[in-house]
Design a protein around this ligand. Structure first.
Ligand SMILES: NC(=O)c1ccc[n+]([C@@H]2O[C@H](COP(=O)([O-])OP(=O)(O)OC[C@H]3O[C@@H](n4cnc5c(N)ncnc54)[C@H](OP(=O)(O)O)[C@@H]3O)[C@@H](O)[C@H]2O)c1
Length: 304
C-alpha cells in the first residue's frame, strides 16, 4: 500500500487535532512541521485519552515534497510558514487551509509553488491544553467543510475512519460567509472589551453587533453568498445562545499579548467592500483598533 504523504504545518489547537486524527489512519504517513520538537501528542476526545507518536520536523530545509499539506497556522502566520510550503509543495500537492476567514487561495497561493489550494471551514473546537496536548470537541454537524471540486473527495478520504467528519458543499461560499459573520463580532468585541461572550448580553453591544453584521451581510451578498434578509438578526440570536463563559481565540491572543487574526476577519470584509464600493465604517473601526493592538503585541510595546 502506498501511504499518502501528509504534512501538518502548525501544531496548535486545530493542527494538533488534525495531526492526531490523521495519524489514526494506517493509510496516512503524517509529518508535523512545527517550531518545537514534539515526539508524542496527547489527544483527548470525549472521555478517551490517547498518546500518539509524531514524526516532527522543526527545520524547513529538511522537509520533502508531500501529497497533502494541512496548513493550520493562524492566517497572519502564513508568510512565516512560507519556507515550509516552499519545500513541501509541488504542482501535484494540495494545500488544505484550515483557517478562519475567506480568500484562502489569495493568501496561500503565492507561497504554494503551483500547488492546489483547498479552503476548509473549521467547525470543530481544537484546544491546545499544552504544547503536546490537544482536545477535540465537536460543535455541531460537520467538523470540516470543503467546497465541491476535484480534490474534495480525496480530502474527505484522508479522515475516513477518524473522529473528524468532513462535509463537502456546493454552497461553500455561503457557509464561509456565515462563519465569517460570527467571527466579525465574536472576536473583535471580546478582544477589545477583554470580556468573554457574556458581554453580548448587553443591549449596547447587541446594537453594535447588528451594525457590524449588517455591513458584512451586504458585502457577503455582493460577493455572491446567499444570505437571508434577516441574516444579521439570526446570527446574533444564535450567537446569544452560546455559553457566556466561552472565550474566543482573539480574546485569548489579546490577553496573551500575541498578534491578532483581525486582517483575515473584519479586514476581509473591508477589503471585499472596497471591491464593491460598499461602506463598512464599523468593520473598518474594528480593523483599525485591533490592528493597532496587534502591531503593539507583535512589537512587544503594549506594556504599561
Ligand atoms: N481553535 C479552534 O477551535 C478554532 C476553531 C475554528 C477555527 N479556528 C481557526 O483555525 C486556525 C488555527 O487556529 P488555532 O486555534 O489552531 O491556532 P493556534 O492554537 O494559535 O495554533 C497555530 C499554530 O501555528 C504555529 N505556527 C505559527 N507560525 C508557524 C510557522 N512559521 N511554522 C510552524 N508553525 C507555526 C504556532 O506555533 P507556536 O506554538 O510555536 O506559536 C501554533 O502552534 C485559525 O485561523 C483559527 O481562527 C480555530
Amino acid at each position: 500500500m502506498t501511504r499518502r504523504k501528509i504534512a501538518v504545518v502548525g501544531l496548535g489547537g486545530i493542527g494538533g487535532v488534525a495531526a492526531a486524527c490523521l495519524s489514526l489512519s494506517p493509510e496516512n504517513d503524517v509529518t508535523v512541521c512545527a517550531r518545537r520538537q514534539i515526539d508524542t501528542l496527547t489527544f483527548d476526545h470525549h472521555d478517551d485519552t490517547s498518546r500518539i507518536p509524531l514524526k516532527t520536523l522543526t527545520d524547513p530545509s529538511l522537509a520533502e515534497p508531500v501529497d497533502w499539506v494541512i496548513l493550520s497556522t493562524k492566517a497572519q502566520d502564513v508568510a512565516s510558514a512560507a519556507p515550509w510550503l516552499d519545500k513541501l509543495c509541488t504542482p501535484k500537492t494540495t494545500v488544505a487551509v484550515l483557517q478562519n476567514g475567506i480568500s484562502h487561495e489569495q493568501r496561500v497561493g503565492p507561497h504554494a509553488k503551483g500547488a492546489t489550494v483547498l479552503p476548509a471551514i473549521v467547525y470543530y473546537n481544537g484546544e491546545r491544553l499544552a504544547p503536546d496536548h490537544v482536545r477535540l470537541r465537536h460543535i455541531s454537524g460537520h467538523d470540516l467543510l470543503v467546497p465541491t471540486g476535484p480534490q474534495s473527495d480525496a480530502f474527505a478520504g484522508l479522515f475516513e475512519g477518524t473522529p473528524i467528519d468532513v462535509g463537502i458543499s456546493a454552497e461553500f461560499l455561503t457557509y464561509q460567509w456565515r462563519k465569517l459573520l460570527v467571527n466579525v463580532i465574536a472576536n473583535p468585541i471580546t478582544a477589545l472589551t477583554r470580556q468573554r461572550l457574556g458581554v453580548f448580553q448587553r443591549a449596547d453591544i447587541q446594537d453594535l453587533s447588528l451594525g457590524i453584521l449588517r455591513e458584512a451581510v451586504a458585502v457577503g451578498r455582493a460577493e455572491g453568498a446567499q444570505l437571508r434578509d434577516n441574516e444579521a438578526e439570526a446570527i446574533l440570536e444564535t450567537f446569544l445562545g452560546y455559553p457566556a463563559e466561552a472565550g474566543t481565540s482573539m480574546y485569548f491572543d489579546c490577553l496573551a499579548g500575541r498578534p491578532l487574526e483581525i486582517e483575515a476577519l473584519n479586514g476581509a470584509v473591508v477589503a471585499a467592500a472596497r471591491r464593491h464600493g460598499l461602506p463598512t465604517p464599523l468593520n473598518g473601526a474594528m480593523l483599525t483598533l485591533l490592528t493597532a493592538v496587534s502591531d503593539a503585541n507583535a512589537a512587544g510595546t503594549d506594556t504599561p
